[in-house]
Write a new protein. Structure first.
Lengths: 328, 331
């Protein structure tokens, strides 16, 4: 556990709204190990994207990181100046967003945008930077890269644009890649190509990766470790096989039960989690999942749930799991 | 409308033949011919009474355009659509209006298909008002009844869409589509925008309603797992054509078309023993543009089994075994 490239400690990112304080992320702690892929999984509003934006320090008012520590190697990211942070972004930490059309600038060519990143963060310039851009485009599987340098984003398909973003993100061989729903906007055959590519570059560079997704299929294809979020908090953490084989938190169990699998028969039960996720505006104490939980009891509404190292290998944040583990 | 044959159990409820939609785009230059986008390029299928037919394919394959053509929300370039022995394309405007009571559609994003300033109850009652059915009191009662039909409390009548979750708004959209008691309901990605834990609630509701109101569904989705679980039969579309159609079980157990095979093997499975990213199946390259589709079989540019004939002739959709049709020269 000593080889962590990133440590997040009790991170709290809140948004001051007229209706109250939206606790988008509220007490999240985890470590990212070098060379590993951590998938953060959760449904809409669970705080997974805000977590990524917090790490990159991209939170805009009315949002604010109100508490917690984010340590990259030995640097405290929250203590850096904006200038120092800019140096880090796109250089040591690369980021890939869901919608490549909005993260690429429509009035600059693909070549200009890749070269810009290379020039900003390396000693390369001019022809050398161009050559590096071509090399990167070839690496991410863009055919005939020399000819496509002068194309604009709209001349690329969705899958090809996502390849461009990956090229930009890996231009400086970052220590960490953060990918926020990188394949959600893509068709399934293109998604498979991009997942293969991401996995390939991550292994080649030896970078650690945080991959944010709502799709448990993507988790199963990519993750080494999995962190399940619900309503701004972690509910369970463990290695990917443990989470899928032995989920302990009732939310993780319900989520896995809700997936419709290709080998399900027409007669198989269609399971879901009853109710709706709460919006964490000034949330009451206790477990955020209790109203939808089949195992909830009185304590769940009174006290925040404890972190429990389970005998089955995961860490679950749950009163019911604590009781199960305490039972002989 | 059709007193001659209400033929329950007889012929198909919906019959689509040779359906074509070509969109003319703006010409590039003053003297150039306008480019043609072949959104739907010769589609045939039947939908039996009480069944659910799935249409799957990637973006741009023509599945949503097909749905809009069937409802005549857009006018086809060629082909025929017959609903319950009525030729939809031959209807006058007035007849079409009456026919729309028989076929309704539910879209992917309920928030953009519901009027944000109209209470959900009035939204549900709106089709009754539009068709001049009942008086105000009747319509109010009926809308309240349909709120309950889709599992919402009648107390919610006066709520606005923004006060509801995605799943609740989708229930409202379903109630609005059902209040005219149509025979055919087209569901265009009805659960794609919903969270995993909510999705099954809506699918269960749809299955319930199908039994209760003897509905026939056309279910459009890019999610093959959902289609397989939900649909009796599945049609796979690629670049405006059906490349394979079969009983869902048969199609997934033994997909015959190389595109269907690739589509199924590209899905990452939520399974600890499933394939990792580097062994996911799939295809090289992108879908070609429907403005200049490749000659011959539309799939030949990406097909791992292509033969010389594939770039010369368009393979016909033919039955290779009981009810299993495929358009491929391999079969």
């Amino acid at each position: 556990m000593s080889d962590a490239v990133l440590k997040v400690d009790d991170l709290r990112t809140h948004f001051r709204l007229r209706a109250g304080t939206l606790k988008a992320v509220d007490g999240l702690s985890f470590e990212l190990q070098a060379g590993r892929v951590l998938c953060i999984v959760g449904e809409s509003g669970s705080g997974k994207s805000v977590t990524a934006q917090s790490i990159m320090r991209l939170i805009m008012p009315p949002g604010r990181i109100v508490q917690g520590g984010i340590t990259f190697r030995d640097q405290d990211l929250l203590a850096l100046t904006e200038r120092e942070m800019e140096d880090l972004r796109g250089n040591r930490i690369g980021m890939i967003f869901q919608d490549p059309m909005t993260s690429l600038n429509p009035v600059f060519t693909i070549g200009e945008q890749i070269v810009e990143t290379i020039v900003a963060h390396t000693s390369l310039s001019g022809e050398d930077a161009r050559a590096r851009a071509v090399e990167l485009m070839r690496l991410v599987g863009i055919p005939e890269p020399e000819g496509r340098l002068s194309d604009y984003p709209h001349q690329f398909s969705g899958g090809m644009r996502q390849r461009v973003l990956i090229a930009i993100a890996i231009a400086c061989e970052p220590d960490i890649l953060i990918a926020d729903e990188p394949t959600t906007a893509l068709d399934v055959t293109i998604q498979a190509q991009i997942l293969r590519l991401l996995s390939d570059v991550q292994k080649k560079l030896g970078s650690a990766m945080i991959l944010i997704t709502h799709d448990l299929g993507v988790v199963s294809a990519m993750a080494d470790e999995v962190l399940v979020m619900y309503s701004g908090r972690m509910v369970e953490y463990g290695d990917v096989k443990t989470i899928f084989r032995n989920p302990r938190h009732p939310y993780t169990q319900g989520l896995l039960d809700s997936i419709i699998k290709l080998d399900d028969s027409r007669e198989s039960e269609l399971r879901s989690i009853s109710g709706l996720p709460p919006i964490p505006i000034d949330p009451p104490p206790g477990c955020a999942f209790r109203d939808r939980c089949v195992k909830a009891f009185d304590l769940c509404g009174e006290q925040d749930p404890p972190w429990v190292e389970t005998g089955t290998g995961s860490t679950a944040v749950c009163h019911a799991v604590a009781a199960e583990e305490a039972a002989p | 409308m059709s007193d001659g044959g209400n033929g329950a159990g007889g012929g198909p409820l919906l019959s689509v033949e040779g359906l074509v939609k070509h969109f003319k785009l703006d010409p590039k230059g003053l003297f150039e011919a306008p480019p043609i986008l072949r959104a739907v390029d010769g589609v045939d299928f039947d939908v039996r009474r009480g069944e659910t037919l799935g249409l799957v394919g990637e973006s741009g394959c023509g599945k949503s355009t097909t749905a809009r053509l069937v409802l005549r929300l857009i006018e086809p370039t060629a082909g025929s659509v017959v609903l319950d022995d009525v030729d939809v394309l031959a209807c006058s405007k007035k007849e079409l209006l009456a026919l729309r009571r028989e076929m309704q559609i539910v879209f992917q994003d309920p928030l953009s298909s519901l009027n944000p300033r109209m209470s959900v109850g009035n939204s549900i009652a709106e089709p009754l008002r539009f068709h001049g059915i009942g008086d105000k009191v009747d319509r109010f009662d009926r809308a309240r009844e349909f709120l309950e039909v889709v599992g919402l409390s009648t107390d919610y009548y006066d709520r606005l869409p923004h006060e509801f979750s995605g799943g609740q708004n989708q229930r409202v959209a379903i109630a609005r589509a059902l209040i005219l008691q149509p025979k055919l309901l087209i569901l265009d990605e009805p659960v794609s925008a919903l969270d995993v834990s909510i999705r099954a609630q809506i699918l269960r509701l749809l299955i319930d309603l199908q039994g209760r109101f003897q509905l026939t569904y056309v279910f459009i989705s890019h999610d093959l797992s959902v289609v397989k679980r939900f649909c009796n039969r599945t049609a796979v579309l690629y670049l405006g054509r059906i490349v394979e159609i079969a009983e869902s079980e048969s199609l997934y157990r033994e997909p015959l078309h190389p595109y269907s095979q690739a589509l199924i093997s590209a899905i990452p499975e939520a399974n600890p023993d499933g394939p990792r990213a580097d062994s996911l199946g799939g295809l090289e390259g992108d879908v070609p543009s429907p403005i200049s589709p490749p000659p011959g079989c539309p799939f030949h540019t990406r097909c791992p089994h292509r033969m010389p004939v594939c770039s010369e002739e368009v393979p016909a959709l033919k039955e290779v075994r009981d009810g299993h049709k495929v358009a491929c020269f391999l079969h």
